[in-house]
Design a protein around this ligand. Sequence first.
Ligand code: HEC
Ligand code: HEC
Length: 262
Amino acid sequence: MSRFATRATLVALGALGALAGCRAEERATAGTPVPAAATTTVISRSPYHPVDVATIPDGPLGDAIRRGKQIVEHTYEELPDHVGDKLHCTSCHLAGGTVADAGPWVGMPGLFPQYRSRGARVISLADRINGCFERSMNGSPLDPRSDEMIAIEAYMSFLSKGVKSGASLPGRGFAKIDPPPVPDRAHGAEVYATTCAACHGADGAGQFPGGVYTFPPLWGDHSFNIGAGMARLDTAAAFIHANMPLGAGGCRRRTPTTSPTS
Ligand code: HEC
Ligand code: HEC
């Protein structure tokens, strides 16, 4: 674990330093920390693909969708046997997986099965989700036929209502910065102290007062492992650039995309 933690620290600081090109006035400073819970129930306000949780149907399918939502928003608490860190899926896939440039899940069911060069095979959506369980959650895969996996898939299908099958929407994934910025660890440490530490902690370990999640860890034993997408410098820089500090925006804001249903 400690080897992973050391590498992850380097990634986080390097990624931050890579953002040295942002002008000071564009970079929001950390204000009063907003608990994560305040951000995970706003999916109906997403500019990406508005989804109203009030339209989740009644009955068994609705129950599965609600269960999926609960799992992705409280992953380590709900599935302790499958999660080795202290993260929620929505720690990275922000606001319930509905935000552009923060790994949105809108349209996912229509994009799988797909070929992935990592592993060199065609994979299902459950396989892709399990990839995040093994690396981003530093845990173990779910049985693809388990109620939990089906609930997560049901939630993603609900988010994708009205989206054309096979459409890869603008804002999908974590928009890479082009050309890739040059990492600068010393500058990263400086920016971290002034802009990120208020929420994520001076030691990057996040905040868990009384064992309750408020702000997620960025590195260390409670974080993702080195195989995770977020452990790659370009992905971390892209995510941070577009999304952090949370609620204050990064230095680059994407304007709302065109309707994904068109
Ligand atoms: C630490 C951050 C992080 C966490 C936590 C995380 N993911 Fe991911 N996820 C990523 C990254 C980064 C990618 C894109 C990886 C790449 O570059 O291919 C991704 C990709 C995905 C994709 C494919 C998206 C696409 O556009 O093809 C799905 C689906 C997904 N994650 C689901 C989940 C689920 C479900 C969970 C919780 C069990 C989860 N993720 C937890 C970072 C995370
Ligand atoms: C106002 C509080 C706040 C500030 C300031 C802030 N973050 Fe975050 N950050 C969050 C929250 C909350 C989440 C998880 C989102 C959720 O659970 O809804 C998050 C998630 C993340 C994640 C993905 C999840 C993980 O733990 O790996 C990364 C990476 C990240 N932040 C990096 C940064 C960096 C770098 C900065 C400084 C530029 C920063 N954040 C500033 C609150 C903040």
